[in-house]
Design a protein around this ligand. Structure first.
Ligand code: F6R
Length: 263
């Protein structure tokens, strides 16, 4: 796992965006996994700048991580709406190529299976963008989620409902259920990029990166992924123990084919 630490949240967004932009330049029909919430907003804003500067996202496909169950179709808190407003439009993506789990479906179980089938028929996710919950969740895979889980209905943890109450009039209005890609789904993405900013994430980040891989901290599965990058600001990194290792690795030229890159 590569861990990069930056002084401020905007630099986190730019660093994550640079990775995504590089992928889109080389693979114009790349498949992106999209997170919602506050964490990736700086990343999406940086990508929107890249788009205004000419980067073409019109063939890029997107699959959102999750969606609430039970919000009315015109509710602006629905992740389908949030993704449309903060990603699809600003990046100039084709709305027909951006999918969000269907939290309105008559048959939610079938909708989850259909979502997995759509991801598979797109060839899988090339790069999955992730945030982390203060309880260590990724997507809405709450603590004690199965590592093998696929897209499914989940009950939101009380701490997640409390964290997300800021988007609703009061905590009781936060939905109790969601559809979310599973940890097994996320692990199949070819690359993971997790962004976190602020001291409120520091404990979850330290437990996920430096604690044991354990169901009680779903984000700890990043330790199992062959290509995972974690991009943090100083506040989110403040409880890490191995900061000097990460900084040393980030500042040391990479060895490729027996030569030092750039030397
Ligand atoms: C949202 C999602 C969640 C959030 C997490 C952090 O699609 O997958 O895992 O990334 O709850 O939320 P914020 O970024 O709002 O702190």
């Amino acid at each position: 796992m590569e861990v990069l630490i930056f002084d401020d949240p905007a630099a986190v967004g730019r660093a994550a965006a640079d990775r995504i932009a590089n992928l889109v330049r080389t693979t114009p029909d790349a498949v992106l996994g999209l997170a919602t919430g506050s964490s990736p907003q700086a990343t999406y804003e940086a990508l929107a700048e890249d788009h205004r500067a000419g980067l073409d996202f019109s063939r890029v496909r997107g699959f959102a991580l999750d969606e609430y169950v039970g919000l009315s179709p015109d509710d602006t808190r629905r992740y389908a709406h949030v993704i449309h407003e903060s990603v699809t439009i600003p990046l100039g993506m084709d709305a027909a190529l951006v999918q969000v789990p269907n939290g309105d479906a008559e048959d939610l179980v079938a909708a989850c299976e259909e979502y997995e089938a759509q991801i598979a028929s797109a060839g899988g996710v090339d790069l999955q963008i992730l945030g982390i919950g203060s309880n260590g969740h990724i997507g809405f895979n709450e603590p004690m989620s199965s590592f093998q889980s696929r897209t499914r209905i989940k009950t939101l943890a009380p701490s997640t409902r409390a964290d997300n109450a800021r988007f609703f009039d009061d905590a009781s209005a936060v939905p109790t259920h969601c559809l979310t890609q599973g940890l097994g789904t996320i692990l199949r993405a070819r690359e993971l990029v997790l962004v976190a900013q602020g001291a409120g994430k520091a404990r979850a980040v330290a437990t996920a990166l430096e604690g044991p891989v354990a169901a009680r901290t779903p984000a700890s599965i990043l330790q199992w992924h062959p290509r995972a990058t974690v991009i943090l600001d100083r506040a989110a990194a403040s409880e890490l123990e191995f900061t000097s290792y990460y900084e040393h690795a980030a500042n040391t030229p990479v060895v490729t084919r027996g030569r030092l890159a750039g030397v």
